[in-house]
Design a protein around this ligand. Structure first.
Ligand SMILES: [Zn+2]
Length: 363
C-alpha cells in the first residue's frame, strides 16, 4: 500500500512543484492583506475568498490517496475481540497504541509517545471529582509530526483510540464508530499529507489520544502540559501562542439515513473563516451527503477531545455524527454498520480543509 501511495505521489511531482509556486504567491497576498491592518481573523477570510477555489482544486488531486481497503483494515484490527474494547489503562489499549505507532511508521513518520501516569495526570489536571473512578495507572498518547516551514506553529489533529472495554454483564464494546472511525480519518490524513509530499506552512501534530472515555484524559494532559519536552522539544510558547488550529474526529463512520448520509461540522465561531473554508470546499467537491453546521463558541464546552482546546479558544473544527445512533456506547457498535463512503467523503473534505489551513495560513 505504501508503495502505491508513493508511486502516486511521484507521478504528481510536477504538479506539486506548480502548486508550491501558487501557494507562495497566495501566501504573499495574505501577508499584504494583514499589513493593511485588517484584523487577523477577517484577513484570513478575505484571503481565502480570493484563493479558496484554486486551493480546493489542488487538494482534489490527492483525494485518491485515501483508501477504503486501508480504512477497513484499521477498523478490523481495532475492533477485534482480542483488543477487548481498548479500555484506557489495559494491556489491550497498549496493543491498540502499538498498532497506531506501526501505522504511522509505515506512512513514513517517526511517532513520539507521550506516556503519563496517574500521578502525572493528577498533577496536570487535578484529581478525579468525588465519586468518580480513579484514573488508570498508565496511559499514552501517540504523536506523529509533519514538520512545517514555521516549525514552532502547530496544527493539531486528534482522535481518541481508547473505548469502553469489557463491561461485566454487558460484554465487549468494539467501538467501531467510537472511535475506530476517527482513527481511520487521523491515519488517513497523515498518510495523505506524507504521500502527497506536502511541506506544510505549520508543523502538523497527528495525535491519537488515550483516555477520552474516562474524561478526555489524554487531550487534557496534552493541553495542560504544553509545551511538553517530549512532544515539542525546545518550544517555550504557550498553547494559545503555538497552536493555530485544532481538528477533532470522534464518531464519523455512521449515518441514520444511508441514502443521504450526513456529517456534523462544528467550529469555533469566534473564527468565522473556518466556516468559509468549509463552505468553499463543499462547493468544489462532489459530496453526496449533507454537512450539518453546528456553531460553537470557544468556551470549553463539548463532550470530546476538542473541549480542552476550546477552553483556550483555539480555532477548532470538530467532525462528528449528525445524530446519536442506537449503538452508541453499546456492544453493537460493530464494523458492519459503518458507512464507508461517508467515512471516505468526510476524510476527503477534512483533507481539503487541512490542506488549505496548513499550506496557506490560519491566523
Ligand atoms: Zn468517542
Amino acid at each position: 500500500m505504501k508503495d502505491n501511495l508513493f508511486a502516486v505521489a511521484m507521478k504528481r511531482g510536477r504538479f506539486i512543484l506548480a502548486s508550491a509556486v501558487l501557494l507562495v504567491c497566495s501566501f504573499q497576498l495574505g501577508a499584504a492583506d494583514n499589513s493593511r491592518g485588517e484584523s487577523a481573523k477577517e484577513g484570513n477570510a478575505a484571503s481565502y475568498a480570493e484563493g479558496g477555489h484554486d486551493r480546493v482544486n489542488d487538494a482534489l488531486q490527492f483525494f485518491d490517496l485515501y483508501s477504503t481497503d486501508y480504512a477497513k483494515r484499521v477498523v478490523d484490527y481495532l475492533t477485534q475481540r482480542g483488543l477487548k474494547g481498548r479500555e484506557a489503562g489495559t494491556k489491550e489499549a497498549v496493543k491498540a497504541m502499538k498498532f497506531i505507532v506501526k501505522e504511522f511508521r509505515k506512512a513514513g513518520y517517526e511517532p513520539l509517545l507521550q506516556p503519563f501516569s496517574k500521578e502525572e495526570l493528577e498533577a496536570a489536571i487535578g484529581k478525579p471529582k468525588e465519586g468518580k473512578a480513579a484514573y488508570p495507572l498508565q496511559q499514552c498518547n501517540v504523536v506523529a509530526k509533519l514538520e512545517g516551514s514555521e516549525k514552532d506553529k502547530f496544527i493539531v489533529i486528534g482522535a481518541h483510540y481508547d473505548h469502553l472495554g469489557y463491561i461485566e454483564g454487558v460484554g465487549i464494546h468494539p467501538g467501531a464508530d467510537d472511535n475506530a472511525s476517527g482513527i481511520v480519518a487521523l491515519l488517513s490524513l497523515a498518510r495523505m499529507m506524507k504521500a502527497a509530499d506536502i511541506v506544510p506552512r505549520y508543523t502538523i501534530l497527528f495525535c491519537a489520544w488515550d483516555g477520552e472515555e474516562k474524561g478526555l484524559l489524554g487531550s487534557k494532559f496534552f493541553v495542560n502540559t504544553w509545551p511538553s519536552e517530549t512532544v515539542v522539544p525546545g518550544c517555550e510558547a504557550s498553547l494559545k501562542e503555538s497552536v493555530v488550529h485544532y481538528m477533532n474526529f470522534d464518531m464519523v463512520g455512521r449515518t441514520i439515513t444511508p441514502e443521504n448520509p450526513g456529517v456534523m461540522f462544528a467550529w469555533n465561531n469566534n473564527y468565522p473563516y473556518l466556516l468559509k473554508i468549509c463552505q468553499a470546499a463543499q462547493k468544489e467537491i462532489d459530496l453526496p451527503f449533507q454537512v450539518l453546521l453546528d456553531e460553537r463558541r470557544g468556551d470549553g464546552r463539548g463532550g470530546s477531545d476538542y473541549a480542552p482546546f476550546s477552553a483556550q479558544d483555539i480555532p477548532f473544527i470538530a467532525w462528528m455524527e449528525d445524530f446519536m445512533h442506537v449503538d452508541y456506547h453499546k456492544p453493537t457498535d460493530t464494523p458492519d454498520k459503518l458507512h464507508w463512503e461517508k467515512l471516505r467523503k468526510t476524510t476527503q473534505l477534512a483533507f481539503a480543509i487541512l490542506y488549505n489551513l496548513s499550506t496557506v495560513g490560519c491566523e
